[in-house]
Design a protein around this ligand. Structure first.
Ligand SMILES: C[S@@+](CC[C@H](N)C(=O)[O-])C[C@H]1O[C@@H](n2cnc3c(N)ncnc32)[C@H](O)[C@@H]1O
Length: 218
């Protein structure tokens, strides 16, 4: 296994959050930016660090072949239970893999950095790159690019705030850094996220946080 610097939030911390129900990032109704800005008609979609997001269901219902990767098996079971979907465990995969019986939707349980699959036609990233410590984001982006087709469509929903006031996760991702990773993404939407951010952010005095939607132009 390749050595990686600490993410600042270890696998155990994420699993503890799932065990203790500390999943404040979860959006019961899915993400508004996805519904407003998704412009891909067909093809497979990679969803890294997917949690139990209803966005997976939204994409699969549009006919996309959706593959989500998530560390916590608890999240995967909660996803299928909450969405009322039956699933099968797929035999013979390197990581535990669960497939919906009725929709083109597969959830893989394991470390995203170890995942092998694709290449995918599109990327949907919400709460994923911002969950990764900036120190290892280049590794995250390298892995993501390796899983995508060369001209894959991408929708990345990031957060912008002053990290001198409070530290992540979720970590801020400003335009310059994002442009280092993806040169061709356009800023297509911005929403005030102060009411949805972790309470510790407001307690630390943060007054501005923006949820920014970035989309590939192709
Ligand atoms: C902030 S949550 C976002 C979940 C989802 N994208 C959403 O919008 O609801 C980050 C998720 O990534 C998972 N995770 C963290 N590190 C991971 C890794 N290395 N591989 C796979 N999943 C990981 C966590 O368990 C958690 O569910």
């Amino acid at each position: 296994m390749t050595e990686r610097p600490s993410s600042g939030m270890e696998s155990e911390d994420w699993l503890d959050r799932w065990e203790n129900g500390c999943t404040g990032w979860h959006e019961v109704d899915g993400n508004a930016g996805l519904k407003s800005h998704w412009n891909v008609d067909t093809g497979s979609v990679l969803v890294p660090l997917c949690g139990k997001s209803p966005d997976l269901l939204w994409l699969a219902k549009r006919g996309h072949e959706v593959v989500g990767i998530e560390l916590a098996e608890k999240a995967i079971h909660e996803f299928f239970a909450e969405q009322g979907l039956n699933y099968l465990k797929v035999d013979g995969e390197a990581m535990p893999t669960f497939r919906s019986e009725s929709l083109p939707l597969t959830l893989v349980c394991g470390d995203y950095f170890e995942f092998v699959g694709g290449p995918f036609d599109a990327l949907y990233d919400r709460g994923s790159i911002v969950a990764i410590n900036p120190a290892i984001r280049p590794d995250y982006v390298r892995q993501t690019k390796a899983l995508l087709k060369p001209h894959a469509s991408r929708l990345v929903i990031a957060l912008e705030y002053d990290q001198d006031v409070v530290n992540g996760p979720p970590f801020s991702l400003l335009t310059d850094e994002l442009s280092d990773y993806w040169q061709d993404l356009e800023r297509v939407g911005v929403a005030d996220d102060i009411d949805n951010c972790p309470p510790k952010f407001r307690a630390a005095g943060l007054t501005n946080i923006a949820e920014v939607v970035w989309r590939s132009s192709g």
